[in-house]
Design a binder for this molecule. Structure first.
Ligand code: P6P
Length: 328
C-alpha cells in the first residue's frame, strides 16, 4: 500500500507528514514542503510576537518604543514582513498577494507558485487577548516561469488552489491545511519549535447548532438573512461570534456550525476578501465535507476581477449552509 494511503500517526512532524503524502500533491513534494516550511517558519516568529504583544503594549504605553528600543510596528504589518521575507527567501513563490499590499508583490524569482495571504486576520483582537489567525492560499502560476507575472497568474479562481490553510494563534497555535486530499491539523510545540500532527483527517460535522454572525448589523441584513437568523433562534441554536474569522471557522470545523458575513449597509458586497480570506477557508471547508458560498454561488467558482474584492461569505456545515441558502 502506498505510504500516502497509510494514516500518519498522531505526533508526526509536519515535514515528515508532507513527505509521506508526496504523491497526493500534484507537483514536486519538495516544492510544497518548502512552501509550507516557509509559512510555518514565519508563523513561528509571528506566534512569538503575538504572544508577547500584550507585554510590549504595556511596555509601549510607557513610551513610543518597545523594550528592544525599536519603534513598535503594528503586528499585522510585522506579520506581513515576516511572511513576505520567508516566502522570498524560500524561493518557491514568484508573487505574493497580501491584504497589506495594494498590488501583488513580485518576488523576482523563478518560483512556480503564487501565494495569497492575510498575514494577521483579526489583529484588532490582540489588545483584548482574543485568538487571531493567518490565512493562506497557494496557486500554481499559469504563465511560463521566468516571464513577467501576468493577471492570469494572480486572479485565479479558488478552485485553482493547489493548497490552502490557516494558522490559529490561540490557546495553542495550530496549522491546518489541505492539498485537496482532506484536511490535517498540526499543533505547535514551542519548546521544540515544530508542528506535530494532532488532528488527522479533519471532518466538519454535516450539521450543527452554532451560528456565527454579527447581529449588531441585523437591521441592514437582507430579509433572507434575517429569516435564517430567526430560524436559528427558533431551533435554539447557540450564537457564537468571536469577531475573529479563523477562530470562529476553526470552532465550527471541529464542532459543526455556520459563519455568515453577509452584505450589510456598510459593506454591500460583504466585508471579507475573496482572494486571501474566503477562498482558502472555502477550500478547507469543502475538503472537510463542509460548504462555502456567497449565499448563492460556490465561493471556489467565483472568478476574481480584482485583488481585494469582497464577497458575502457563508461557510460551515453543509446542511447549515444549504439551509441558509434556501431562504433566498
Ligand atoms: P465585524 C476581522 O476584522 C474580520 O476580518 C474577521 O476576522 C471577523 O470575523 C470580522 O472581520 C469581524 O467583523 O464587522 O463583525 O467586527
Amino acid at each position: 500500500m502506498e505510504e500516502s494511503r497509510i494514516a500518519a500517526p498522531i505526533g508526526s512532524a509536519l515535514d515528515r507528514f508532507i513527505k509521506s503524502k508526496q504523491d497526493q500533491f500534484a507537483y514536486a513534494s519538495g516544492e510544497l514542503s518548502q512552501l509550507l516550511r516557509d509559512i510555518a517558519l514565519a508563523s513561528k516568529v509571528v506566534n512569538r510576537e503575538v504572544n508577547k504583544a500584550g507585554l510590549i503594549d504595556i511596555m509601549g504605553a510607557m513610551g513610543s518604543t518597545n523594550t528592544a528600543g525599536d519603534a513598535q510596528q503594528k503586528l499585522d504589518v510585522l506579520a506581513n514582513i515576516r511572511f513576505s521575507r520567508a516566502l522570498m527567501k524560500g524561493g518557491e513563490a514568484c508573487a505574493l498577494i497580501s491584504e497589506e499590499s495594494e498590488s501583488y508583490v513580485d518576488l523576482n524569482n523563478s518560483g512556480k507558485y503564487v501565494i495569497a495571504i492575510d498575514p494577521l486576520d483579526g489583529s484588532s483582537n490582540i489588545d483584548v487577548n482574543v485568538s487571531i489567525g493567518t490565512i493562506f492560499s497557494i496557486y500554481r502560476r499559469k504563465s511560463k516561469e521566468g516571464t513577467p507575472i501576468q493577471d492570469q497568474d494572480i486572479l485565479q479562481r479558488g478552485s485553482e488552489q493547489v493548497a490552502a490553510g490557516y494558522i490559529l494563534y490561540g490557546s495553542s497555535t495550530m496549522l491546518v491545511y489541505t492539498t485537496g486530499h482532506g484536511v490535517n491539523g498540526f499543533t505547535y510545540e514551542p519548546t521544540l519549535g515544530e508542528y506535530f500532527l494532532s488532528h488527522p483527517d479533519m471532518k466538519m460535522p454535516e450539521d450543527g447548532k452554532i451560528y456565527s454572525v454579527n447581529e449588531g448589523s441585523y437591521n441592514s441584513f437582507s430579509q433572507p438573512v434575517k429569516e435564517y437568523i430567526a430560524y436559528c433562534k427558533e431551533k435554539n441554536y447557540t450564537g457564537r461570534y468571536i469577531g475573529s474569522l479563523v477562530a470562529d471557522f476553526h470552532r465550527n470545523l471541529l464542532k459543526g456550525g455556520i459563519y455568515i458575513y453577509p452584505a450589510t449597509a456598510k459593506d454591500p458586497n460583504g466585508k471579507l476578501r475573496l482572494m486571501y480570506e474566503c477562498n482558502a477557508l472555502a477550500f478547507v471547508a469543502e475538503q472537510a465535507g463542509g460548504k462555502a458560498s456567497d449565499g448563492k454561488n460556490r465561493i471556489l467558482d467565483i472568478q476574481p476581477t480584482s485583488l481585494h474584492q469582497r464577497t458575502p461569505f457563508y461557510v460551515g456545515s453543509k446542511k447549515m449552509v444549504e439551509k441558509a441558502e434556501s431562504f433566498g
